[in-house]
Design a protein around this ligand. Structure first.
Ligand SMILES: NC(=O)c1ccc[n+]([C@@H]2O[C@H](COP(=O)([O-])OP(=O)(O)OC[C@H]3O[C@@H](n4cnc5c(N)ncnc54)[C@H](O)[C@@H]3O)[C@@H](O)[C@H]2O)c1
Length: 430
């Protein structure tokens, strides 16, 4: 039976490398579609959790994991020799930045080093990690071809960007259309056939390079628009205009406008990082991408602006940041998730700590924060809000009781418009 037939009959053995926010929900969808799935992870604790039927990712329930573990359709392993038995392998490892803000390809290279000695004819390899245009052809293909097998002839190779939005209950791995671009048309066909079994809609594109660029356009679009609206917030402050009211009214236009909201900065593993993959690659080709850099500059300045707002809020009480009790509401990078990667709240907290503030925080999703000199555990909101000199809303989790906060806090800096409609001189709004 060839690979296409195996995919169509759901007999293909599906492998997923990297079982995080992207890889675990993807593996679950492949299982739901009827495939036997093996997850490959370097983190042995994650492997144990999966095999015991427990979830460590918010979007996947323990119930689902128990069911899949019991049915033996989903298994995880640290034994990469089993890659040889897979018919398809989707790579979902991290793509961070180095300290120098260049792409860090070490995780992708690590995964390729695991695949190469086990690669066999007829397999389909799909890279899902967000990366710069050209990665599949310029990095993945040559590394895998060191095996002696040729991509497009002996094995299939494609790129398919992951677009999952953690915490989004409406759009999940299953109903977010999946863009697929292979290094040959047959590679595209095979990858499209595989994903077509587990997601509602597949969008084939002509090359892997186009598929890589699609993801970077999407995330750059967000970063630039958030940068624009953050700058607008600063401008509105100077002009004494309520930026939130402006955005809400502008959003009444049924075409040609899409609402983005200001905030304390960008967070998560995607939006602050991915556009810099693109600008790095563009620069390597002699092109200076100005929008990306400008948006990054504006967005990265936001934590300092929040610090200025806290400073003014305290000044109104004749206090300084030093020795003031400042309580942060929400440290995850966005509402409803526990992910603190690149969270602007952490950046604000580090700035406050550097200025000598007595810091505390509440976040129902994040029990503790340990980052450089920050070493804090989440405090109960009810006690902390009344005791603080200033309460700073950095992530507007739906779980907070904002009416209580509005009544109990002496002074509030609201970076998320959580206090919309609440009157009071004690509220400083972004
Ligand atoms: N998190 C998101 O919202 C999101 C959305 C779309 C795309 N992406 C992209 O998807 C990719 C993965 O992101 P994530 O958020 O799932 O990361 P993650 O850190 O949550 O998960 C990655 C997993 O890969 C494992 N890993 C690392 N190297 C490995 C190796 N060589 N072999 C096996 N396992 C390995 C890690 O232990 C970890 O469990 C990134 O490129 C990211 O930019 C993320």
């Amino acid at each position: 039976m060839d690979l296409m037939e195996r995919i169509e009959k759901k007999r293909a053995r599906v492998g997923v490398i990297g079982l995080g926010y992207v890889g675990l929900p993807l593996g679950v969808e492949f299982c739901r579609a009827g495939f036997a799935v093996t997850g490959f992870e370097v983190d042995a604790r994650r492997v144990d959790e999966i095999n015991a039927g427990r979830s460590y990712i918010g979007d996947v329930s323990d119930y689902t994991m128990r069911e899949l573990a019991a049915s033996k359709r989903l298994r995880a392993t640290t034994n990469f020799d089993e890659l040889a038995q897979m018919d398809t392998i989707s790579i979902c490892v991290p793509t961070p930045l180095r300290k120098t803000r260049d792409p860090d390809m070490a995780f992708i290279i690590g995964a390729l080093d695991q695949i190469r000695p086990r690669l066999r004819a007829g397999q389909l390899i799909v890279l899902e990690s967000t990366t710069y245009p050209g990665t599949t052809e310029e990095l993945v293909q040559p590394k895998l071809e060191e095996s002696g097998l040729k991509a497009g002839r002996d094995f299939f190779l494609a790129f398919s960007p992951e677009r999952v939005d953690p915490g989004n209950a409406t759009y999940t791995t299953r109903n977010i259309p999946k863009v697929v671009g292979g290094i040959t048309p047959r590679c595209t066909e095979h990858a499209a056939a595989l994903y077509g079994q587990c997601v509602e809609r597949v969008v084939p594109v002509s090359t892997s390079r186009v598929a890589e660029m699609v993801k970077l356009l999407e995330n750059t679009f967000r970063s630039v628009n958030i940068g624009l609206v953050n700058e607008l917030a600063l401008m509105c402050h100077h002009l004494d205009v309520d930026v939130w009211e402006v955005i809400e009214a502008a959003a009444s236009k049924p075409f040609g406008f899409m609402a983005f909201y200001p905030g304390p900065g960008l967070g998560g593993h995607c939006i602050p990082i991915d556009p810099l993959y693109l600008s790095w690659k563009a620069r390597a080709h002699g092109f200076e991408p100005r929008f990306i850099e400008l948006a990054a500059h504006v967005n990265e300045r936001m934590p300092e602006y929040i610090l200025e707002l806290i400073n003014s809020a305290l000044n109104r009480q004749s206090k300084s940041i030093r020795n003031s009790r400042i309580h942060i509401l929400g440290v995850a990078y966005k509402r409803g998730v526990s992910d603190c990667r690149e969270s602007p709240a952490i950046a604000v907290m580090k700035l406050l700590q550097g200025r000598g503030a007595k810091l505390s925080y509440s976040d129902p999703y994040v029990p503790e924060v340990k980052e450089e000199a920050l070493d804090l555990v989440s405090a109960p909101v009810r006690d902390a809000v009344g005791e603080a000199d200033c309460v700073v809303i950095l992530t507007d989790h739906g779980d907070f009781d904002y009416a209580h906060v509005a009544g109990a806090a002496r002074s509030i800096v609201d970076a998320r418009n959580a206090m919309r409609g609440v009157p009071g001189e004690h509220i400083t709004r972004l």
